[in-house]
Design a protein around this ligand. Sequence first.
Ligand SMILES: [Zn+2]
Length: 474
Amino acid sequence: MSIRIYNSFSRQVEPLTTLEPQAVRLYVCGVTVYDQAHIGHAMSALVFDTVRRYLEHRGYRVRHVVNFTDVDDKIIARSLEAGVSAFEIADRYARDYLIGMERLGVLPATLYPRVSSEMPAIVAMVQDLVAKGQAYAAANGDVYFRSRAFHDYGRLSGRSFEDAESQEPESGFKEDPADFALWKAAKPGEPAWETPWGQGRPGWHIECSAMACRHLGEQIDIHGGGMDLLFPHHENEIAQSEAATGRRPFSRIWMHNGMLRVNGEKMSKSLGNFITLDDFLARYDPDVLRLLVLSSHYRKPVNYTDEAIAGSEKGLERLWGALRPARPGATAHPADEERLAVAASQACVELESAMDDDFGTPGALAALFGLVTEINRARDAGLGAEVLAAAQDTLVDLAMILGLDLRRGAAAAGQDQGDAGDLVAGLMDLVLDLRAGARAARDWATSDTIRDRLTALGLEVVDTPDGSSWRQVG
Ligand SMILES: [Zn+2]
């Protein structure tokens, strides 16, 4: 079976077919680097990290390009405020972003082109569009794209020229209010580049068309970005790229992720619900955010709430807990061995079939948790270390396809620390078995004493319908 992806352009789920066999040219719109990375940026990066990891798992070579917008009004405003150059501001936040992505376990893109170092390609594309009559230099030194002259304009978004008009400020120099800027004439104090139309800087949309063309080719396989970029940004990208190259489609598939919301609201500084990635990572394991993002389908919004984060932490602990070693003295029946081996291969099939269907991460997670249940059951049944370890390895490998690093997480949580960890885990199994015995005998005093003494040692006992587990806190 091939991978099937929802294409925002055709509004249909389509089988993935690529320009070259077993290779994917993937372009994802990146961030404007004028401030710290926030969890909304992280969400989009995690979505496309999952896409890329899965494509690679299925044997595709992925050339993954993510741009940095480092020439922009917000960066210029920030640089004037801070009294440092726009270049310095952009470079600081680009680095901050990359560090955050590394901490989140996001695979680095093949390339992170920046507008400031792509100027020849951008200027060449604008020149090309002017030469083809698809764009014109206005009297004030701006260059505009003739939207109405591109007959497919609006096909991606279904939006009208009236909508396009409302997106672009009226400069008084446009032929038509629906035209959008490819190039903006320089204003005093702003970074500017020399061109045939005088000094200036690029509009926002043209950078992605020029970078995708330069680094991936005139046509690409998948173009990704947040739902908020669909109009006008991606609509304008299609118009620019196809008008310049004469090749259609510019991208075979358009993928758009849903937006992150905080307590059901849009995240914004003015609402005071703005969460930077640094703040998040100071409090939580990085995979807490990844698991939250994976828990809903990428086209749906993710709602960030305290309960959702708590649920995600619990889920991770459950995944990590499955790596606890076997109990000493194997007593399991061969049928238990067989059952676990079947469950492990079943989980592989389920994960792939969920992911093949438009990257269905909730189904993929269900496959992981199904395997966790079977591993825990097998351990309780007294399955030997070797057989248990094989299923645990499968679990770790499957989770890694989704970018969840269970070995790292379990080690950080103190549940997988080699020989010393095995001893602690074995002792804790013993203690929790004794406590379960006390509870079964309604000896609450002993049960509570055990829990309190463990708490004093920094070990929290978590009671669930499946039994008790433990974790190190603080
Ligand atoms: Zn873009």
